[in-house]
Design a protein around this ligand. Structure first.
Ligand SMILES: Cc1ncc(COP(=O)(O)O)c(C=O)c1O
Length: 374
């Protein structure tokens, strides 16, 4: 059997990694400013993480959600404290798409409404509900109907009020910072309007922090820069540094109903241990603060850069939009200078490194960039 080829692959095969360094099978060394698509939050193979996960595997790797699980309870308590959503409750699943599916389902059950408002250029995952609120028809099959979804431009307050005032919407779903689109931020003012219109018209505010959350923006969740609180927050990617997990943080207004949500693997012992180890490292090594600090360094270092049309983002969620003549720079950074980065189309390079990245490593990247664009 061969693999079903749905990914465009670089001809590089990593076999070992430590913090932001990756070795491939030929012994070539790379620096990781991509974090496996914003997943590696505490660096590859962090010793505390490796120890906790391996020890847990020798005790109990998995049991189902039919029994008590102290690790899930501990994760809920810890995540509540670190995120500032202490009074919320936690549902655990396995991925970002699944977290969004569950959040939308909860909003729909709670309000008794069936429509969802989403934003142009959004990305929320590839399962049926999540792809329905994703603004890319190429990802949707005829089976994935989204006749109950409306898309409006980001930061368009008039369109928001026009739609929500119909009182037909169960939820608005918005990314803390749009990632796949190429790093676009809702303004703080828009978040405030969103909160008050959701309250006014009885719609649930779902913030997808799958990519922008877990400290990446310089606060635990990106929407917290605005000071606004969401009704439902979804997390995944950076939560367990590569072991699959997803989560929905649920406001106290929601009452749990047996059987409405469920999963076989979600919240298993191994994934919860990995997520707890990630929180240990985020807290002990002050990684949210480091994301803000190194983010500021990047912003300053790229000020007035000749190859850039625009610098976007916050903290370590950075979009570097290239002038037309520099398209292709991402491949050159990889193949000539050995830096992994992300992309959004040919013109935007996305920098999504581990939150452990040092200013020295960041400076190495900036130097390589300047050399290639000199
Ligand atoms: C904002 C956002 N939401 C949801 C997802 C989907 O997450 P997953 O691939 O874990 O299903 C992604 C993945 O890139 C994402 O960036």
């Amino acid at each position: 059997m061969d693999l079903f080829k749905v990914y465009k692959l670089w001809d590089i095969e990593p076999v070992r990694a430590l913090d932001t360094t990756i070795w491939d099978k030929n012994g070539e060394v790379y620096t990781d400013l991509y974090g496996g698509h914003a997943v590696i939050s505490i660096g590859h193979c962090h010793p505390h993480y490796v120890k906790m996960v391996s020890e847990q595997l020798t005790k109990l790797g998995f049991y189902s959600n039919a029994v008590q699980n102290g690790l899930q309870r501990e994760l809920a308590t810890r995540l509540g404290k670190v995120s500032g959503y202490d009074d919320y409750s936690l549902f655990l699943c396995n991925s970002g798409a699944e977290a969004n599916e569950n959040a939308l389902k909860l909003a729909s059950f709670h309000t008794g409404r069936g429509k969802v408002l989403a934003f142009s250029k959004s990305f929320h995952g590839r399962t049926s509900g999540a792809v329905g609120v994703t603004d890319n028809p190429a990802y949707r099959s005829p089976f994935n109907t989204n006749s109950n979804v409306t898309f409006i431009p980001l930061n368009d307050e008039a369109a928001l009020e026009r739609e929500l005032s119909t009182k037909e919407y169960a939820a608005v779903i918005i990314e803390g910072i749009q990632g796949v689109a190429g790093i676009y931020e809702p303004t703080d003012a828009f978040f405030h309007t969103l909160r008050s219109l959701c309250d006014k018209y009885g719609t649930m505010l779902v913030v997808d922090e799958v990519q922008s959350g877990y400290g990446r923006s310089g606060l635990f969740y990106a929407h917290q820069h605005s000071g606004v609180r969401a009704d439902l927050i979804t997390s995944a990617k950076g939560m367990a540094n590569g072991i699959p997990i997803g989560a929905v943080l649920i406001s106290p207004d929601f009452k749990p109903v047996f059987g409405q949500l469920g999963t076989t693997f979600g919240g298993n012992h191994l994934a919860c241990t990995a997520a707890l180890a990630v929180l240990d490292v985020i807290e002990n090594e002050h990684l949210v603060e480091n994301a803000a600090k190194v983010g500021e360094y990047f912003k300053k270092a790229f000020e007035g850069d000749k190859a850039l049309k625009e610098y976007r983002g916050r903290g370590l969620m950075v979009g570097l939009e290239l002038k037309d003549e520099y398209v292709g720079l991402r491949d050159r950074l990889l193949f000539e200078k050995h830096y992994f980065t992300g992309a959004a189309g040919p013109k935007v390079i996305r920098v999504l490194p581990s939150l452990t990245i040092s200013e020295e490593t960041a400076a190495g990247f900036v130097e390589a960039w300047k050399e290639l664009t000199a």
